[in-house]
Write a protein that binds this ligand. Structure first.
Ligand SMILES: [Zn+2]
Length: 178
């Protein structure tokens, strides 16, 4: 199991210096084309306009103030819950930024959650998902995937809703205050 991974971006937000942990983590999680990540823009891998906007703001502050922040986030898969700590730090020279993540805990779910399966077929219904805590917004409430599946009666549906990647209000506040 991978416990730490890191990667850096240059002043133009291109991915440079991916470490072994990054490659192994990508492989464990079935990320395709990871070998092609190097040199690509970080933003090619970030879905959702709100997510990009908040992350750009955060990166700008880190660079302008030449400092670092530490944040907790989730990085779940259909079969796994995963809590991570991410440190985002300005590099000592230029305007590069180093991301280092540590996996704090990893647990198998009782049942796989199709909502988190990137391969599952999706319909035209939309469902907001927070890119930071991996919760879903159902009836104005941000809830864990198991609860969302229950409330949306997913067992009755052949097609899953399409996900709108966003940041929930709680995590927006945390990112803006970081
Ligand atoms: Zn959230």
């Amino acid at each position: 199991m991978v416990e730490t991974l890191s990667y850096a971006i240059d002043e133009e937000d291109r991915l440079i210096r991916l470490d072994d942990g990054y490659y192994r983590f990508a492989e464990e999680n079935g990320w395709e084309e990871v070998s092609l990540s190097l040199g690509r823009s970080l933003w090619d891998f970030v879905a959702g306009e709100d997510v990009k906007r908040l992350q750009r703001l955060l990166l700008r502050r880190i660079r302008d103030e030449a400092r670092s922040v530490e944040l907790a986030c989730r990085c779940d898969g259909p079969e796994t819950t995963r809590e991570m700590e991410v440190r985002i730090a300005a590099t000592s020279t230029g305007r590069g930024v180093l991301f280092s993540a540590r996996i704090r805990s990893e647990d198998e779910r009782d049942e796989p959650q199709r909502l988190l399966d990137p391969e599952a077929p999706r319909g035209s219904d939309r469902l907001p998902m927070c890119a930071w805590c991996d919760r879903f917004e159902v009836e104005d409430e941000w809830i864990e995937v198991e609860e969302a599946a229950k409330r949306l009666e997913l067992f009755r549906r052949s097609e899953l809703p399409s996900l709108d990647h966003t940041i929930c209000p709680r995590d927006s506040e945390i990112l803006l205050a970081a």
